[in-house]
Every structure is written in C-alpha cells, then in structure tokens.
Design a protein around this ligand. Structure first.
Ligand code: PAF
Length: 313
C-alpha cells in the first residue's frame, strides 16, 4: 500500500525498514501535477528497484519568477490518485515535504552548476534555475539515499546536469533516463500544458514538428552516408516554427549532448546531437528536444508527430 510521508525523519524511518529487508530503493523526483510522462518514470522505477519513492515538492529555489511559482499547479490528492491508478506499478512511498521541512532555514551552503552547463539553453533565460534544481536534488538524494533515480529526457539539460552532479560529487546514485511521453497530438507532456487554450494547444504542435523535420533531414543525410550542417538544421526547424506565428521563440539550438555547447558546424550525420527548442505559447513556456543519432529517441518523436498528422493536425 502506498504511504504518504511529509518529514525527513519519517521518510528515513520507513526507508530504513525497507533497507533492513535488503530492498533496493528508487527515487522519482517530481514537482507534482503528475501526468503520463511522470507515470512513465514511476513505471520504470518500479521495474528497476524493490521500493519506489516519488517525491512531490514544488521547489521555490528553482523558480526565478514569483508569478511562475505561484501559477505552478499543486494537486497532491489528484497526484496520489494517479499513482494509485498505476495498479502494480503504484509506488511504495510519496514523500511530500512542505517548504519549511525542506528548507528549515535559508541554506548557507548550496550546489552551484558551472556556467558552461547552466547558463545556456533553459538556463540563459532562467538565472539560478539549475543551482536551485541541483541543490534540491542533492538534498533529496541525501534524504532518500536511493540506489537509483529516474529523470525524464524532456528536461534534457537538467538530466545532463544531474549526470554531472553525481559524477563530479561522487554521489552513489545511478541515473536512469526515460524518453519523453507525448500526447496523441505530438506535444510533449508537461504540467504546463493544462494552461494552454485550445488554439494554443494546436500552436504548440509546431515545437515537435520542427524537431521532427530536423530528424528527417538528419536521417536523409545518414542514409546517404553524408554529413549534417548545423546551420541548415536550424533553418529547417525555423521554417517549421514560422508556421505558427503566435509562438514566440525563446531558443532554438543544436548542441553537443555532453557539453551542451556548440558542436562543429558540420559533422557526420551519425553524430549524437541534441536539437532543443523553448518557446512561449501565450504566457506558457514550453520546451522539447530530441537526441539526433539516438534512433529510439528519434523514433519516439516521429511516432508522436505522425500520429498527430493522421489525426488531421
Ligand atoms: O524536473 C522536475 O520536476 C524538477 O526540476 C525536480 C527534478 C523534481 C527538482 O525539483
């Protein structure tokens, strides 16, 4: 049966009992407002470990705008219903501390992510965001002490920063990435989608469509045994995004998956690259990405976008 705990002391008492029986522990860190994308992370955690803990905590330290923090949906009871709906994949524990439990006093020591990873892509328009993420994830790792933690590939920059966090600080947690889950209209699932109007929802499809165009261009070059030019990929994606003039671009980039920095201008089409986009649809900022050269990630994206085309989108 799934239990809710709200304090570090209670969390650690319950986990110690599981550990005493030799159980392995998985953590799925979330900020709640759970959707199918989060549930995919939980399903994966349940397969990977004996005990699964889902943390639900809207972390104020990773919001640079007060209005964004205030608007972030909070729905703990609905979240727990969604987790119970997973049947056999229902997690064992929901850890839902309040802000005072997580930050009993303003921390004097926090985790700082180097600008080379933090100040680009999403970090460029959200100063301090990844320091806030890295700090709370470090606290969650220390509180839960999981064997593994599951993160979505949708927040690709976050995933990379967490990978560097565990590598650089010798944190003994295995990071398990899970592919982006898409709605039938191709839009990557996000807690923010529920703030879109019907028209905005239609406009939002253009993000995945732009990435799909980059996949198709790369695949064509790969089939021909050729190269890809980053500038050409960007032009292709920009042309698709222009089809929804109300969508305001925040960034559109093709980056190296390890450094998140600019790749060489022309590379073999088999290279691993991340095509990433962030855009405002109305007031809602959406992100999406695909890992070019990772056939599973490319296929998952194309399947979502094509099914939207079949629906007449
Ligand atoms: O991805 C999220 O929901 C958050 O950034 C995380 C990892 C739960 C940290 O607050």
């Amino acid at each position: 049966m799934m239990r809710r705990v709200t304090t570090v002391a209670e969390l650690q008492r319950v986990i110690a009992q599981f550990r005493a029986d030799g159980a392995t522990v998985a953590l799925v860190p979330t900020m709640g407002a759970l959707h199918e994308g989060h549930l995919a992370l939980v399903r994966r955690a349940v397969v990977e470990a004996d005990v699964t803990v889902v943390s639900i905590f809207v972390n104020p330290r990773q919001f640079d705008r007060k209005d964004d923090l205030a608007a972030y949906p909070r729905s703990l009871d609905d979240d727990e219903d969604a987790l119970r709906g997973l049947g056999e994949a229902t997690p064992d524990l929901v850890y839902a501390p309040d802000v005072d439990e997580m930050y009993p006093s303003p921390p004097a020591v926090t985790v700082t992510v180097d600008d080379s990873l933090a100040d680009r892509l999403c970090g460029a328009s959200r100063p301090g965001h990844f320091d806030g993420v890295a700090t709370v994830v470090t606290k969650l790792f220390n509180q839960v002490q999981p064997d593994l933690a599951v993160f979505g590939r949708k927040d690709r920059q976050q995933l990379q920063i967490i990978r560097r966090l565990v590598a650089d600080l010798d944190v003994p947690v295995r990071i398990v990435p899970v592919s982006t889950v898409r709605d039938p209209d191709g839009v990557a699932m996000s807690s923010r989608n529920r703030r879109l109007t019907t028209k905005q929802r239609t406009d939002a499809r253009v993000l995945a469509a732009a990435l799909a165009a980059a996949v198709e261009q790369t695949r064509a070059a790969r089939d021909a045994g050729g190269t890809v030019r980053i500038a050409e990929l960007l032009t292709t994606m920009r042309d698709v995004l222009a089809e929804a003039p109300d969508v305001r671009l925040d960034y559109l980039e093709v980056v190296d998956p390890g450094t998140l920095g600019p790749p060489r201008p022309e590379l073999p089409a088999t290279s691993r690259l991340i095509a990433a986009v962030a855009a405002f649809v109305g007031e809602v900022r959406l992100i999406d990405n695909v890992e070019l050269g990772d056939v599973d990630d490319e296929d998952a994206l194309l399947a979502g976008v094509r099914s939207s085309e079949e629906l007449g989108g």
